[in-house]
Design a protein around this ligand. Structure first.
Ligand code: PLP
Length: 381
């Protein structure tokens, strides 16, 4: 008899829609037989890693036969100093998605739920569905509706996720809303603030969630080395929380989840303030460049404080495909039920220029086609 291994699986898992990552440059070039394409699809740092991080990883290479330090002693020391928290408050993961999974795995079960905003980072939706249930709250102007999120909490709620700023919308929750949220959430519900882009942010009303840790032991902050630190391939992220929560997360963690190259590179990256500063400046200039270009084309976009911008192009999937043929990889947002939008990572000035030119070309042809079909339609009717 033939076994149906799909139906044997845990239904929470078999019903998942897999996450669609940004298309790798190599894959596009293989498929279309083109060269020198650019990827602006995964919010990576266009400057790459700090040269010091690169050196630290290279120096660790000859020792790759030795298991990593499962306790991440050095990195915890460095982070504890950098963030002014105790090492016992830290949980280190294989990317922050790993840390997010530890949280969900430790605190959610099939009977409980997590409150999440519409358009919130898809990885979190997938994680919550894998272990428990989503209590989805409709977005407000593409961002998190804090009052509705507070109202959505019920007896079965264990977690509430605040993605700040949110990916893919670039929207953020300001300090007043954040304070109101923390004051209103019952103390047994964990509030997880995903701060993957916090290092980029210059807004004075953007809350520094770390400041609230001593007052709210139910607060958990997650951050990553994948974005501004340019170490996405090495996989490193962390959570800061009360020591009790960190103790639980570290029990849920597998012994060698963080590799030596990643932790060495991360320690060095953390110290290279000049590289971080340069990355922030490049991002701000690039954001202005893209906004001006989009305004000239009369395209609407969602104002973003991250290192990416989400643009209304009428037909996201079609524009995405056409941009691929121009050698520019962006992100369609159909998986978020945002069929009109594409998300674009801020690149170098040159990459931004290339994207704008490609978008102009692609939009010209589609509006020309639209006009052609319109006139056809008029003739027909
Ligand atoms: C990119 C991103 C992450 C980072 O994931 P890693 O696993 O650390 O690479 C986490 N949260 C959000 C909202 C992101 O956009």
């Amino acid at each position: 008899m033939k076994m149906d291994f799909r139906s044997l699986a845990n239904t929470k898992i078999s019903s998942l829609t897999p996450y669609q990552p940004g298309k790798p440059v190599e894959e596009l070039e293989r498929e279309l037989g083109i060269t020198s394409s650019i990827k602006l699809a995964s919010n990576e740092n266009p400057l790459g890693p700090s040269p010091q991080a690169l050196l630290a990883a290279q120096q660790a290479l000859p020792h790759m036969h030795i298991y990593p330090d499962g306790a991440c002693f050095e990195l915890k020391q460095a982070l504890s100093h950098f963030l002014s928290v105790k090492p016992e408050q830290l949980t280190i993961g294989n990317g922050s998605e790993n840390v997010l999974e530890l949280i969900v795995k430790a605190y959610l079960d099939p009977a409980s739920n997590a409150v999440l905003s519409q358009y919130a980072f898809l990885t979190i939706q997938i994680l919550v569905q894998s272990y428990g249930n989503i209590k989805m709250v409709p977005a407000r102007e593409w961002g998190h509706d804090i009052d509705k999120m507070i109202a959505a909490i019920d007896d079965q709620t264990r977690l509430l996720f605040l993605v700040n700023p949110n990916n893919p919308t670039g929207t953020y929750t300001n300090e007043n809303d954040f304070k109101r949220l923390m004051q209103s959430v019952p103390s047994h519900v964990l509030v997880i603030v995903d701060e993957a882009y916090s290092e980029y942010i210059a807004k004075t009303d953007y809350p520094d969630a770390l400041k609230y840790l001593s007052e709210y032991p139910n607060l958990v902050i997650t951050r990553t080395f994948s974005k501004i630190y340019g170490l996405a391939a090495l996989r490193l992220g962390y959570a800061v929380s009360s020591p009790d929560i960190a103790d639980i997360l570290n029990r849920a963690r597998l012994p060698f989840n963080v590799n030596t190259l990643a932790s060495r590179a991360a320690c060095a990256a953390l110290m290279d303030h000049a590289h971080v500063k340069k990355s922030v400046q490049l991002n701000h200039q690039g954001m202005r460049q893209l906004e001006e270009g989009l305004q000239k084309m009369q395209l609407n976009y969602i104002p973003s404080i991250g290192n990416f911008i989400t643009i209304d192009v009428e037909n996201g999937a079609a524009v995405y495909q056409k941009l691929l043929h121009e050698g520019v990889i962006v992100r369609p947002l159909t998986a978020y039920s945002m069929p009109k939008h594409i998300r674009v990572t801020i690149g170098t000035a040159e990459q931004n220029e290339r994207f704008l030119a490609a978008l102009q070309k692609v939009c010209d042809t589609s509006s020309a086609k639209m006009k052609a079909t319109e006139s056809l339609w008029r003739h027909d009717h």
